[in-house]
Design a protein around this ligand. Structure first.
Ligand SMILES: Nc1ncnc2c1ncn2[C@@H]1O[C@H](COP(=O)(O)OP(=O)(O)OP(=O)(O)O)[C@@H](O)[C@H]1O
Ligand SMILES: [Mg+2]
Length: 1011
């Protein structure tokens, strides 16, 4: 970036003397070194440099971002940033009012401001915000194409007023906008002053579109061929490339191809319409050059005959009848031009409505509540032409209104406030232009009212009679005069001119055309014609054409009144916002970057009221705030006021804070507000506040985090309660369902065994297992209750036995009563006493009966041993062991061949009726017994009983099932030798016997024992 050498003072407030000479010196000096911006406090005075300045790039933007005004050299960026900061920090709407005469640089300034705002926002790079910014910037290209024209003062003069609200969300990112347009100078469409041109759009189409496109529109490249263009300048500007820019902007803004076609077709239609000529042949008005008529009709998408009718005749509804009346040539010419102007005007307004549709805020209604706006006003500057008409009258009136606003806000209100607040103050004189505003707008008496009255009167009211009425009513007004009132003034044309002494200078207006332009009539026929166009966009621009011809319509408001109303609305809008000013000055009329035209510049400085502005500013204060607001904003920077000031009023609190911080010299205390003189103090306060904010944020975060955690905890607790309730509910439902299903289980044959259990809830798995057990117990109980309780132990053993032998041994003594300890019974054992004595001995041979507690079974048995001998023995089964005892003759002595039940590897029995049982032991010395009576074979089967007892005890001890083998051949080991016991039935055998045969053991039984 080229270094700017700062010349003079950066703020006119710092001048050593405030007078015109010093002011001009400073302005000149700065202009000559290229310092085009200078402040008056927060007002930015901007000189048009008429050359490209290298002061708008990203480097500069960075320098100004978030900075106070006085921190950098004056720049319009700083104003934009100040407006943006107010919006961001205080959610206060702001506006930037750009004023100055034509060519002073208003539109350029407005574009610079928008680019700055676009550059400093959307840190997160959100797509929608990028789109909005792009659309806002691109909309300028379209507005300038259709609303700007080359004038003698400015090659790119805005011929309409523009106010744009840029809307920001709570993060201060632009999310939308809306453009309001004011009074387009539509007379330019049909006529231009020498050296000026029509709106850029016409030249862009002719010079930018390709041959193919032009052919579609029946157009030729030469601008000279078109009446609406060839009266003015034929200068060529940059329209060729601008046309492409416009087309791209249409695309960016989402205009449809149809809409773009409508637009260019309409422009072409206006050019053709301008070339339509009328001729009177034998008292009849005819159109002489039909091809232009045809093209116009084609492009407007209406029929040629309807268009021709509307141009040459007029339909009148009178007393319920509809009649046609021919135009004369003058009326037809007037009608044609009025049509061309109206079409262009409607097109322009319609284009703006389309742009608004693209940039309108798209968020929700809720969000909109928090949105703030920055308004940017770029409106036509004060104009004095050689010949000034109704348009200049309106434009200059607008400037009067804005000057009034400036006076109200900057000069008047400020001074009044000092007085109201009891601040010492010497009044500064300034010219209040309210008197001129009144001259124009006062009800009944003002120029607009007189004009309206003339337009409303029936009969032949001419511009001449209008001037007469004005003279009559306004003769005493100090700012109004005319030749009739001041006959010596040769400058004014007799019965044509009147002069208004505007705040910015004298302007002579020519009354010709005032009535017509104010009435702004367009024959109803044209409205109907265009409403009926096949082009729906065109039709949409003319809604009132739908009205019934016979219906008397209310007279539309005049152009003057409409303009006055729109100005009043604008002022209301602006008054709600905090204003920032850019006052543009044009250094010369020849667009030179070096010439400083003293007279022209001084004139502008004077009428912009800049000197008064400096005086008020110098005496004044940069900032004032209500005590309560001030305290709220800065209380955190003083120990006396944080968190609350309790030692008096807000005013006392503010005083304590200011004194503690050492700013007492720079402030004054009003009745309700504190006034701060210099920006530095305000800046220092802000800076200290900013330093404190992080601590406060931490504190708040702490609170909020605590609150969030507590809230979460409550949520979790609530969830747990809900879960618990839900679990209980599920369990209850499950139990309920169980109860339902098993309600009649007792009555069923299988006691509910076949009833399907419902699926338990996740939380009911354990409960289900328990319930199953309970159910099993219950069911067992139900089954068993038929048997006396004393039989239950036997039943139990029988169930074990039958389970172990199931299907493999049909005989297992199920029919009889199982007595267990048979040898203790005199019926079975004649030596039962000796047996009992010995068993008692055996039991007590170990301390506290560790060996066993109880004999569960005993029997006589034939035993086969490892020496291949059989012997008469007995054995007992206790709760833990199996003992081999000597036979009856030897009084049942223990033979020390004991196997612990838990150590058994399996037991084997045969499928037949014999009483053979083998206890397989781990030490490979199995016990092989054939049960028998004391003296004879057993009459009953006791094998099942043995199996039941041994299996149960084995299970009790090991929790696993003991393997039970059933087979006619039993493999066993005796003295470590593997042997096979083969059961053989023999017809002549009565008592079962073992015998040894070729390594195996034959167990001979009566053949009836075999299966
Ligand atoms: N900051 C600037 N830097 C360079 N050139 C500028 C600057 N401001 C204005 N100009 C030049 O001055 C010309 C006129 O400026 P601009 O169109 O902004 O005037 P205006 O005040 O909007 O006039 P009007 O009231 O006619 O619309 C621009 O086309 C440009 O050439
Ligand atoms: Mg402009």
């Amino acid at each position: 970036m080229a270094m700017q050498r700062e010349a003079g003072v950066q703020d006119f407030v710092l001048l050593d003397q405030v007078n015109m000479e010093k002011f001009m010196d400073n302005l000149r000096k700065r202009f000559q070194v290229g310092s085009i911006y200078t402040y008056i406090g927060e007002v930015c005075v901007s000189m048009n440099p008429y050359r490209q300045m290298n002061i708008y790039g990203p480097e500069t933007i960075r320098k100004y971002k978030g900075r106070e005004l006085f921190e950098n050299a004056p720049h319009v960026f700083a104003i934009a940033d100040a407006a943006y900061r107010v919006l961001k920090q205080r959610q206060q709407d702001t506006c930037i009012l750009i004023s100055g005469e034509s060519g002073a640089g208003k539109t350029e300034a407005s574009k610079i401001i928008m680019k700055y705002i676009a550059a400093v926002t959307n840190a997160q790079g959100q797509n929608e915000i990028e789109r909005v910014k792009n659309v806002l910037i691109q909309s300028n290209a379209i507005l300038e194409t259709f609303g700007n024209a080359k004038t003698n003062r400015n090659d790119n003069s805005s011929r309409f007023g523009k106010y744009m609200d840029i809307e920001f969300d709570y993060k201060a990112d632009p999310v939308g906008g809306i453009i309001t347009n004011y009074l387009l100078e539509k007379s330019r469409v049909v006529q231009q002053q020498p050296g000026e041109r029509n709106f850029h759009s016409f030249y862009q189409l002719l010079r930018g579109a390709n041959d193919n496109e032009l052919r579609q529109y029946d157009l030729q490249k030469e601008t000279g061929k078109y009446h609406y263009l060839n009266q003015g300048s034929m200068d060529i500007l940059t329209e060729k490339s601008d046309y492409k820019g416009t087309c791209n902007a249409f695309k960016t803004l989402g205009f449809t191809a149809d809409e773009v076609h409508t637009i260019w077709r309409t422009i072409a239609a206006i050019l053709h319409l301008g070339n339509v000529e009328f001729q009177t042949i034998e008292d009849e008005l005819v159109i002489s050059n039909k091809q232009h008529l045809q093209s116009t009709a084609k492009l407007l998408q209406v029929t040629e005959s309807e268009l021709s009718q509307a141009l040459t005749k007029r339909v009148i509804a009178a007393g319920g009848n509809v009649m046609q009346k021919d135009h004369n040539a003058t009326q037809a010419e007037y009608g044609k031009d009025a049509l061309a102007k109206a079409i262009y005007d409607r097109l322009f307004t319609w284009i703006i409505s389309r742009i608004n549709r693209a940039i309108l805020f798209r968020g929700s209604k809720n969000q909109a509540r928090f949105n703030s706006v920055i308004g940017v006003l770029d409106i036509y500057g004060f104009e004095i032409f050689d010949s000034n008409s109704f348009e200049q009258f309106c434009i200059n009136y607008c400037n009067e209104k804005l000057q009034q606003l400036f006076i109200e806000l900057v000069l008047k209100q400020e001074q009044e406030e000092y007085q109201r607040e009891g601040i010492e103050w010497t009044n500064i004189d300034y010219f209040n232009n309210k008197i001129i505003c009144d001259l124009i707008e006062q009800p009944h008496k003002g120029i607009i009212a007189i004009l309206d009255e003339a337009c409303l009167s029936v009969g032949n009211v001419t511009d001449d009679t209008l001037l007469g009425a004005m003279d009559k009513n306004l003769s005493k007004h100090p700012h109004y005069t005319s030749r009739q009132l001041k006959p010596t003034d040769k400058e004014l044309k007799h019965r044509e001119d009147f002069r208004i002494t505007h705040y910015a200078g004298d302007v002579i207006y020519n009354i010709k055309g005032f009535i017509e332009k104010n009435k702004d009539t367009l024959y109803q026929d044209f409205k109907r014609l265009l409403h009926n166009s096949k082009d729906i966009n065109m039709s949409e621009m003319w809604p009132e054409g739908a009205q019934d011809i016979k219906k008397t319509t209310k007279r539309p408001l005049t152009a003057g009144t409409l303009f006055q109303k729109s100005m009043a609305d604008l002022v209301v809008t602006l008054l709600k916002k905090e204003p920032f000013y850019v006052r543009c000055i044009k250094p010369n009329d020849i667009k030179s970057s070096t010439v400083f035209d003293e007279e022209r510049v001084q004139h502008q400085v004077r009428y912009l009221g800049l000197l008064e502005n400096v005086r008020v500013r110098r005496a004044g204060f940069v900032n004032r705030q209500r005590y309560d607001k001030f305290l709220l904003r800065y209380k955190m920077i003083s120990q006396y006021t944080w968190p609350n000031f309790r030692a008096g009023s807000d005013r006392d609190g503010v005083r304590v804070l200011i004194e503690e911080k050492g700013f007492a010299q720079d402030v004054k205390y009003g009745h309700t507000k504190i006034f701060i003189r210099s920006p530095r103090t305000l800046f220092a306060l802000e800076q200290q506040r900013n330093e404190m904010i992080p601590h406060i944020v931490t504190l708040l975060q702490k609170q909020v985090r605590g609150w969030i955690a507590r809230r979460n905890y409550k949520k979790i607790k609530a969830a747990v309660t809900i879960m618990r309730a839900y679990k209980t509910y599920k369990l209850r439902s499950y139990v309920q369902e169980l109860a339902n299903r098993f309600r009649n289980a007792k009555q069923t044959r299988d006691y509910g065994k076949s009833i399907q259990w419902p699926q338990p809830p996740l939380a009911g798995r354990k409960a289900e297992a328990k319930l199953h057990r309970i159910f099993d117990f219950w069911r067992a109980n139900m089954i068993l209750r038929k048997y006396p309780r004393s039989e239950w132990p036997q039943l139990r053993l029988q169930i074990i036995a039958v389970t172990a032998l199931a299907g493999r041994r049909p005989y297992w003594g199920q029919q009889r009563k199982w007595l267990g300890d048979y040898l203790a019974n005199s019926m079975d054992n004649s030596g039962y006493e000796a047996y009992s004595t010995n068993v008692r001995k055996l039991k007590s041979s170990t301390p506290s009966g560790e060996l066993f507690r109880q004999v569960l079974f005993s029997a006589f048995a034939k035993k086969f041993n490892k020496h291949n001998k059989q012997a008469e023995r007995a054995f007992i089964i206790t709760d833990t062991t199996i003992h081999k005892l000597d036979g009856i003759k030897k009084k049942f002595r223990d033979m020390n061949h004991t196997i612990a039940i838990k150590d058994l590897t399996s037991i084997s029995v045969t499928p037949g009726r014999d009483q053979l049982i083998v206890f397989h032991s781990p030490d490979n010395n199995d016990l092989v017994f054939a049960l028998q009576g004391e003296t004879s074979t057993l009459k009953e089967d006791r094998i099942g009983e043995v199996v039941g007892i041994v299996c149960k005890k084995y299970y009790d001890a090991t929790n696993t099932e003991l393997r039970v083998n059933v087979g006619s051949n039993i493999a066993c080991r005796l003295g470590e030798k593997p042997k096979t016991i083969v059961v053989e039935g023999a017809a002549n055998v009565e008592t079962p016997n073992f015998r040894h045969a070729s390594g195996n053991i034959i167990f001979e039984v009566p053949s009836s024992y075999c299966v």
